[in-house]
Write a protein that binds this ligand. Structure first.
Ligand code: FES
Ligand code: FES
Length: 928
């Protein structure tokens, strides 16, 4: 078929252009017209990020051939506003209701909502959920989106500003960019000379590479460069253990391992070139099961394991890259003293971060040979370090600039796409951009570790736990990645909630021939919480004690120690649990058939690691916050951190400007993850702002001829408290300092939060001790479970979290709602499946089931405040623990409803039915 001329009207502007047969409307809108507000999240009609209105109807632009659009009228997100200075009411409502987190799904959501309101001006919530069910959002849990559409429909969009800065529901500062489609994410950033990069991946789960022949690919017209392991020095990199090379060299370790990469003029040429690369493999026996991988005669995945460098003392053996042990008291004696001993096993699946935005990176080389890499990464400084190690390039020759991130959830913490773009750009002398396909996302990024648990505990009839022993095995896949940290966190989480005098924990991080599992929101927390809190529930039931009362009896109190020996301060676990019990009306009996209730708690901490923030007072008195910390979608930088700086300086948050994520322009930051955004970066920002304020105050005191103590700062003015008319503006002070004397005012702070101490005698093999800012989350679920279909219907969901201090309650609620949705996906539907040859069986949103707006219930969020001395204004980390309890809470509700203990996630309808069948078989007929 030939190219064809079409005329299409996009946002009232006519365009005539020649389109090719395989060109989609999405490609025309984004690449030909340059309207990048319409996003590509999957390219296969499953995510809704590409939604546009075509002749009055919402459609997925990725599915529409451009040739079919001749004469069509198209509205994209850029055409939604009512005028250049007037947003559409839906856009206003999304901003004010906190319906925007990372913003990647926002354009598609708004288009679907607009199409709905065009047909039904005042739809009920259920209809809104249905209309949005073709639009996936990984961040918000949909609730605030539904709130926003309702408010826009009813004309009740609030416009007043919050009264207080700390504790005020400020919308994220960049929300307007997201709702108008002007935000630039990784795939939106391009260069007129950019070539397309593509990666060749292993077809085998485990094989020796005998030879790679790239000559045919190199000769193909339009190919600019081909690179393999031969083009890069043998530099190992890794988070905890350096066990990975940029390209697989002697052997491949999973189906997806990078073998070669190509840069070409077009995607089609790059794809063709990949097919011309010949790799001669000698297949080796793969191993996919952790217990088989731990056997003495298992195929060895890393022959050089003992030689790999590690950032902590590791115990390695065979395919086990780390072991972690905790010992407290005498477990045998504790079990012997118990009235009842209960043993349980649990398994959890691979869950994928499934950010709607795929990984993307563009590399450019400047005339001095310096590398600029623009990337969707949560850790720009770590990428610089990893690139430097892996490619043996001095760090100073690498600049990493993080883009806006369309959802990270830990999936964009490691170096994934960046080195291939860099190698290709260096070889072909042109910018090279790589954007992962949805299939590559599922195949070759770093999802949540599958884990298995054996837990055995003793309990007395009065509810006292006498001992617990647990073995937990984390499947880290082909490389260690974040596995050792995950195992460490598991030990902390399992021993963090309850008073247990005798504890023995043994954790293993094991290589298999799967993709490298990594950090996903609360590494280890959902897995551990599912196992621990299901087991705790069963312990309570075994002694016929209410599961709430059992928890209240055993929860640790301030001043007590966790299993690893961390002394608990600034916490009140019971307060959070009781808040849920209250909201659930826990003591009220449930009489409906097949209906039950469940509770689950999670211990978590607020991440540390070092950071630095600069607060600049500009010549006109405006304020810029400069930080290499990025916002991976939660909005903490654009809400809480800005509010913290504004409060310190006495400003309106709207007057604080943010510069983020550039290793050349910003001071060091460890990288965003571990619930450290507000707790650590926010604290550092507060210190920097206070330093800037003191410099302003010193000038003001001299000018106003009063002492510093008599001054206060408000709305960009410093005035005498007792005589407010005596005042001087930030602008006057700053301009004088810039031009006449003293130099610019800059508040700088570096901050490395202290680790919390533990008892070294109790632990062995942990990759770090513990963080401060201990917090708890408790979720309560009431659910009906059909014994005919296995379907779980959630009737009520309550989630309480100790946030220390809610700097921005709207944003905090958004974290809880989004975490619950992700946790329910882990609980009920999401599983990345690996086939017998190591292939990913379901690498698309069609078969990997993310919760939609129809699947997620309304969540009642409760913000409990037990301030942390180390947190800014007492705030604690919140992003991660929100997704840990849902699986256990739902599992406990299923147990309550059907007397059926689910031991494996996800608890799909099929698994529930088959567990019911097993249970029937296990109980001989005639037995009660
Ligand atoms: S990009 Fe079109 S539906 Fe996902
Ligand atoms: S806000 Fe919806 S995907 Fe991030």
């Amino acid at each position: 078929m030939e190219d064809k001329n079409i005329t299409v009207t996009i946002n009232t502007k006519r365009h005539t252009l020649a389109v090719s047969p395989n060109e989609t409307l999405l490609r025309v809108i984004r690449d030909r017209i340059g309207l990048t507000g319409t996003k590509n999240g999957c390219g296969e009609g499953e995510c809704g990020a590409c939604m546009v209105i075509r002749n009055g109807k919402p459609v997925n632009a990725c599915l529409i051939p451009a040739m079919a659009c001749d004469g069509d009228e198209i509205t994209t997100i850029e055409g939604l506003a009512d005028g250049p200075d007037r947003l559409h009411p839906l856009q206003d409502a999304f901003i004010s209701h906190g319906a925007v987190q990372c913003g990647f799904c926002t354009p598609g959501m708004l288009i679907s909502a607009k199409a709905l309101l065009d047909d039904y001006p005042n739809p009920p919530r259920e209809q809104i959920r249905k209309a949005l069910s073709g639009n996936l959002c990984r961040c918000t849990g949909y609730q605030k989106i539904v709130d926003a559409v309702s408010a826009a429909a009813s004309g009740t969009v609030p416009s007043e500003k919050p009264e207080a800065v700390i504790g005020g529901d400020y919308p994220r500062r960049d929300a307007i960019e997201h709702v108008t489609g002007v935000s630039k994410f990784g795939a939106d950033i391009t260069h007129s000379r950019a070539a397309v990069g593509k990666i060749l991946r292993s077809e085998y789960a485990h094989a020796r590479i005998k030879h790679i022949d790239v000559s045919a690919a190199e000769e193909l017209d339009g190919v600019l460069a081909v690179v393999t392991g031969a083009d890069v020095p043998r530099g190992y990199f890794g988070v905890d253990i350096k066990d990975r090379l940029v390209f697989a060299r002697e052997k491949v370790r999973y189906r997806g391992d990078e073998v070669a990469a190509v840069a070409a003029e077009t995607e089609a040429i790059a794809q063709k070139a990949l097919s011309l690369i010949r790799v001669d493999y000698e297949p080796l026996e793969p191993v996919f099961d952790v217990r088989e991988a731990m056997a003495d005669d298992a195929p060895v995945i890393h022959e050089q394991l003992m030689d790999y460098a590690a950032g902590f003392e590791t115990e390695k053996q065979g395919n086990i890259c780390t072991m972690a042990h905790v010992r407290l008291g005498d477990v045998e004696k504790g079990l012997a003293d118990a009235d009842l001993v209960l043993e349980s096993t649990f398994r959890t699946q691979i869950q994928h971060q499934a950010s709607i935005e795929p990984h993307a990176a563009m590399a450019e080389i400047d005339s001095h040979g310096r590398i600029l890499i623009t990337t969707t990464n949560q850790k720009p400084f770590a990428v610089r370090r990893y690139l430097s190690h892996a490619m043996q390039i001095p760090m100073i020759n690498i600049r990493v600039n993080a883009t806006k991130i369309g959802g990270g959830f830990g999936g964009k913490l490691e170096m994934i796409v960046e080195p291939y773009a860099v190698l290709l750009a260096r070889k072909c002398g042109r910018p090279v951009k790589i954007v992962y396909t949805r299939a590559e996302e599922f195949l070759a990024t770093t999802p949540r570790h599958p884990a298995s648990f054996k837990i055995k505990s003793g309990v007395k009839k009065d509810g006292t736990i006498t001992a617990m022993q647990a073995e937990f095995i984390y499947d880290t896949g082909a490389y260690s990645g974040n596995g050792p940290t995950t195992v460490t966190l598991c030990a902390q989480v399992i021993g963090g909630l309850y008073r247990i005098p005798n504890v023995r924990l043994d954790g293993y991080c094991v290589y298999t021939n799967k993709m490298n599992c990594g950090s996903m929101r609360g590494p280890s927390a959902p897995q551990t919480t599912f196992a621990l809190e299901s087991h705790i529930d069963d312990l309570a039931r075994a002694i016929d004690m209410d599961t709430l009362d059992f928890r209240l009896k055993n929860l640790l109190e301030p001043g007590e120690k966790t299993a690893v020996g961390q002394t608990l301060v600034d916490m009140d676990f019971k307060k959070t649990v009781l808040a849920v019990a209250d909201a659930m009306d826990w003591r009220a009996p449930i009489t409906d058939e097949n209906t039950g209730k469940g509770l689950a708690c999670v211990y978590w901490l607020s991440g540390g690691w070092s950071t630095s923030v600069t607060v600049k007072i500009n010549e006109d008195g405006s304020v810029s916050v400069v930080t290499a910390a990025v916002d991976m979608g939660t909005g903490y930088l654009y809400t809480s951190v800005i509010q913290i700086v504004a409060e310190a300086l006495g400003l309106d948050p709207d007057d604080v400007h943010l510069v983020q994520g550039d290793t050349d322009q910003c001071g060091y930051d460890h990288g965003i993850g571990g619930s450290r955004g507000v707790f650590t970066v926010g604290k550092c920002a507060k210190m920097a702002a206070e330093n800037a304020l003191e410099a302003l105050m010193a000038v003001a005191a001299r000018k106003l001829k009063v002492s510093r103590e008599r001054l206060e700062s408000k709305n960009s003015w410093i005035s005498v408290k007792s005589a407010p008319e005596k005042r001087v503006s930030f602008a006057d002070i700053s301009v004088e300092r810039h031009i006449l004397s003293g130099g610019p005012i800059t508040g700088v702070s570096e901050y490395l939060p202290e680790m919390d101490s533990i008892e070294p005698g109790r632990v062995k093999g942990l990759s770090f001790p513990a963080f401060k800012g201990v917090t708890i989350g408790c979720h309560g679920v009431k659910a009906h479970v059909s014994s005919d279909t296995g379907e779980v219907k959630i009737l009520k969901y309550v989630a309480a979290h100790d946030v220390g201090r809610a700097v921005n309650p709207l944003a905090a609620e958004g974290q809880i709602e989004g975490g619950v949705a992700m946790g329910l996906g882990f609980a009920l539907s999401e599983e990345l499946m690996i086939g017998r040859q190591g292939e990913v069986v379901n690498p698309s949103f069609r078969d990997y089931k993310l919760p939609t707006a129809m699947d997620v219930p309304e969540v009642e969020s409760i913000l409990v405040e037990t301030p942390a001395a180390y947190g800014p204004h007492g705030a604690k980390g919140l992003g991660e623990p929100t997704m840990a309890p849902p699986a256990a809470a739902v599992g406990n509700a299923i147990r309550d409803a059907l007397k059926l203990r689910m031991t494996e996630t996800p608890m799909t309808a099929e698994r529930i039915l088959s567990a019911l069948e097993e249970k029937k078989k296990a109980v001989p007929s005639g037995m009660p």
